[in-house]
Design a protein around this ligand. Structure first.
Ligand code: ATP
Ligand code: PAU
Length: 387
């Protein structure tokens, strides 16, 4: 294989959700080597890169793909002009909703992968191949967890996107969506926009950072005259009723600080998800709960609230865990679902368009396990085999 050709490979997978579009693409370093086992396999070193766009700004996403030529295999025709088109792996509802748009604007055929299957595939890929991916967050302490590959299952995956899906995972490709809730990240952002007039998720998070939920939440102590209700295990500072103070404060929305409203909202959504997750873990006797989805955004307050909820309700029995690439689970799952194409196809193509074929499922997708392989922009160093 022509090394110049392999340096341009940029395979792509998409997860088009209700709020965000997530992209994962492979960017080669430019160096490659022949696999010693076969002179027909070439190993290309590079990295997985990540990008996201708001679904409502899908045109920006299309432009990004076009500008970076991600929709082509990146390998040139012998005359150096023509590019070969890809059918791109895509998951999420938008893979259905926007299939015609991608075809019309970029000539891309979306090869649809099931959303739940992709989420599970993404988590399993991360847990098996990326060091320091999963971590716990409790009492302000982030602690990485290396999970024994032989002791990975079962676990509960809670994906907090616009809505929330809860999936019991029992093995590679063995899973069941056991529950969900419509009170998710979309609820936080939607209600947050209406109540605080903020314009973006980042602005809402920033507001919540400076707020105090006790201004608007009704605490146990507010009801019990400042004391705990220790008989049923509720401290005076526990929230008895989210937003409950607004009932009797005699205030209008404008009288509250948007910061406090944002904080209560974040707490309410995170707490509720933590509790439902715990109840589902209890239903199936699952001890490990992995939280993903772009709602989390590595935010300490969110992770702390979820962890405390799981810890509190399970009396320390169940553990909440988070993932560094939390928002890209579906896209990563779709990426790793690229299947090997037959050698015959390749050979017949070789004389016209040299088309490297991603062989990134199973053993042939090899991540190079170096200890600090994640840089600041969260790329993942890896190598892929091209047949
Ligand atoms: N920059 C951002 N813009 C908008 N929402 C964001 C942003 N960052 C994080 N979020 C949060 O993440 C949520 C979307 O998460 P995610 O991308 O995992 O879900 P989705 O795929 O869009 O939704 P679904 O899977 O339900 O279709 C939003 O509803 C919001 O709460
Ligand atoms: C509909 C999906 C799966 C789309 O990603 C997600 O938004 C979700 O799981 N919503 C929750 C729906 C429910 O279980 O009530």
């Amino acid at each position: 294989m022509d090394p110049a050709a392999t340096s341009q490979i940029s395979h792509l997978a998409l997860d088009i959700g209700g709020t965000l579009i997530k992209l994962v693409y492979f960017s080669a370093n430019g160096d490659h080597c022949e696999d010693s086992r076969s002179n027909e396999i070439s190993v290309v070193h590079g990295k997985l890169c990540f990008a996201k766009f708001e679904t409502k700004k899908i045109d920006d996403c299309l432009e990004f793909i076009r500008f970076n030529i991600l929709h082509h295999s990146g390998v040139q025709h012998q005359n150096g002009m023509a590019h070969d088109k890809l059918s791109v792996k895509a998951t999420g509802g938008g893979a259905f909703k926007f299939a015609d748009l991608f075809k019309e604007k970029l000539g891309i055929l979306l090869d649809k992968e099931d959303e739940m299957c992709s989420l599970v595939g993404g988590v399993n890929f991360l847990l098996k191949t990326v060091p320091r991916e999963a971590f716990t967050y409790l009492d302000g302490q982030k602690e990485f967890v290396e999970i024994d590959h032989n002791d990975l299952y079962p676990y509960l995956l809670v994906n907090i996107g616009s809505g929330v899906s809860m999936i019991k995972v029992d093995g590679d490709g063995k899973y069941e969506r056991i529950s969900g809730t419509s009170l998710g990240g979309g609820t936080f952002l939607g209600l947050g926009k209406l109540l605080t007039k903020c314009e973006s998720f980042d602005e809402l998070l920033e507001l919540s950072h400076h707020g105090n939920n006790r201004v608007i939440d009704m605490l146990v102590g507010d009801i019990y005259g400042g004391t705990d209700y220790s008989k049923i295990g509720l401290s005076s500072t526990a929230i008895a009723s989210s937003f409950g103070k607004a009932i009797s404060d005699g205030k209008e929305l404008e009288d509250y600080q948007p910061e406090d409203v944002a904080r209560s909202l974040l707490r309410m959504i995170s707490n509720n998800i933590g509790q439902i997750a715990y109840l589902n873990a209890l239903r199936f006797g699952l001890k490990r709960i992995l939280f993903g989805g772009f709602f989390i955004r590595g935010l300490e307050y969110t992770m702390d609230t979820i962890s405390v909820a799981v810890h509190f309700w399970s009396r320390g029995e169940a553990k909440a865990m988070f993932l560094r690439h939390e928002g890209f689970l579906g896209a990563l799952g779709a990426f790793t679902s690229y299947k090997t194409q037959s050698h015959n196809d390749l050979k017949s193509n070789q004389h016209t368009v040299q088309r490297p074929i991603l062989n990134c499922s199973g053993d042939n997708f090899r991540h190079i396990p170096v200890t600090s392989n994640l840089n600041d922009s969260e790329t993942i160093e890896c190598s892929i085999s091209l047949v």
